[in-house]
Design a binder for this molecule. Sequence first.
Ligand SMILES: Nc1ncnc2c1ncn2[C@@H]1O[C@H](COP(=O)(O)OP(=O)(O)OP(=O)(O)O)[C@@H](O)[C@H]1O
Ligand SMILES: [Mg+2]
Length: 487
Amino acid sequence: MVQTKVLTLGRSVLNDKQFEISLARAATKKLGVVGISGSGKTHNSAVLVEQFIRQGVPVVIFDPVGRWWDLGISADGKGKGLPIAVIGGQRGQIELTPEMGGAIARYVAEMRVPTVIDLSQMRSKSHWRQVVADFGNTLFEINHAPVHLVIEEAPEFVPQRVMESVAGVYGAMDKLIRIGRNKGIGMTLIAQRPQMINKDALSQVNALIVMRLTDPGSIDAARDWLDAQGAESDLVNTFIGRLPALADGTGLVLSPAWLKTFDCVQFHRRETFHYDPEADEDAFTATGNIAQAVDTDSLQKAFAKFIPAKTQLTKSSRVEAAIVERAERLQKENDELRTALETQQADTITDEDVQQQIALAVNERDAQIAKLTGALAAINEQIKTALGGESAAESASLPSHMASANRVTALVQKASEKLDKTEKKILETLGDLYPMFPSGVRVEQLAVESRYSANGGAFGGALARLAKRRLIVRASGMIRFNPDLLR
Ligand SMILES: Nc1ncnc2c1ncn2[C@@H]1O[C@H](COP(=O)(O)OP(=O)(O)OP(=O)(O)O)[C@@H](O)[C@H]1O
Ligand SMILES: [Mg+2]
């Protein structure tokens, strides 16, 4: 008897049976995996990916976060996991450059190798988009056998709001999503908030795996998707009601049309290592080598024309490279800031939210400026070294708040002698935060950072005394050093 091949993903919480999907036609389907941070999206997508790879389906993962190399390492972190090619990122076999997308697509279509494309070391999002767009367009032209793509941080490539900078990659992805099936191409889109994925793209998804969701906007988007799929409203209500309380690793598998399934599934643990950046270093350090599907030499040969030879940098080119690198990194951070603000704007905004967001934006700006200042100082330092002298670029050229950071340190030290324990702790904390937030921090943030309760008497009393001594000033919920003392 011919056994049908299945992908075993977990166990149903509803009937305690294994939850399986038939492999037939699964690779070319579209799946969405959504849920709040830490709900288990990456882990459970990895369970799916492992099963695909075991069944011989090449999977290509686009990874802006830089963590999917862990597929190549065994669950205990010590041995080898599934053989994969890793391009780009800190653990990549070869470097990833922005022009490589098309070549990688040709390589995958021909060699059928499971590949992680780690975008995390690329300095700008425009490079991420270029790689994904070129890959997608080329794969669409030449692919003929099943390939499954996994897109982490899908809203970076198929966002709800398609701005000009995203139009190219959106076009490539949209084509794959609508008609990629005819070329053997399926994909899994991963996102924290379903409403950030483009609505048209989401409407094409054949199965939505919904992990824990708590914010009303996300829950509504999941409901809208189900309604659009023609699910019965009683069923929709029952399932949607479970979303905020789902445990880590548990998800609703909703597929009214393709799988004809409404299930609640506790996903199995991965068979490969799950890199957890928050875990204790001792407990979870991966010591094993990544299992290679292709040896590094052949990868290097295949992509030689794209990878720049490592040249010996001269002193001046080193300085130039440092300046460019700083500038590009700042650009990337600004992009991230913009995305973060857009994300917040997309949510329901209450008055309190508005206030918090403004405070946050101001803090972020301060942090950006502090970083910029730090970058300038570092570049100045490099110029000094490169010129071999002391004379260039002294601290006079730094923005004034960096110069006054020294004054803050002196001020805190001097004032501390006369302060009680709580006052001292608060002032020291404000001093520590000063380089990042020169124009002040929110009361709540100061309380958290100095380990007091914002509403407690000890904290409130000490703040009042510090203000009375004219060491700090408070205005509209923000606390800062008395600017008169820093001049
Ligand atoms: N199937 C599972 N069984 C048990 N625990 C799980 C399972 N899936 C995830 N977890 C736990 O949840 C943690 C977070 O999972 P994961 O890294 O997949 O979150 P995520 O949703 O991708 O978060 P982010 O959006 O921040 O990337 C894991 O480190 C693991 O401890
Ligand atoms: Mg994740």
